[in-house]
Design a protein. Structure first.
Length: 78
């Protein structure tokens, strides 16, 4: 039995057994960012950061990981 330590995909903090790819903090933050982007698709990173209080670099990581695009909003506009 190997004990694999999961790390948060966003802040790289080690996590205890978690069903998620991110730690609770990052889950909350990515949720905020995601819903903000959903409402404001053309917004800049700086504006997202100011409105959600999530650090700039972290939002960039989220975008890189594709978090902001994960949801389908059911618009049928793709
Ligand atoms: Zn994290």
């Amino acid at each position: 039995m190997s004990s694999i330590v999961r790390v948060c995909r966003l802040c790289k903090e080690p996590m205890k057994n978690s069903p998620f790819m991110m730690c609770p903090d990052c889950l909350i933050e990515s949720d905020k960012v995601r819903s903000f982007i959903a409402k404001n698709p053309l917004v800049s990173l700086t504006e997202i950061s100011q409105s959600t209080n999530v650090p700039h670099g972290k939002i960039r990581e989220m975008v890189k990981l594709g978090i902001s695009k994960k949801n389908s909003y059911g618009t049928g506009m793709q």
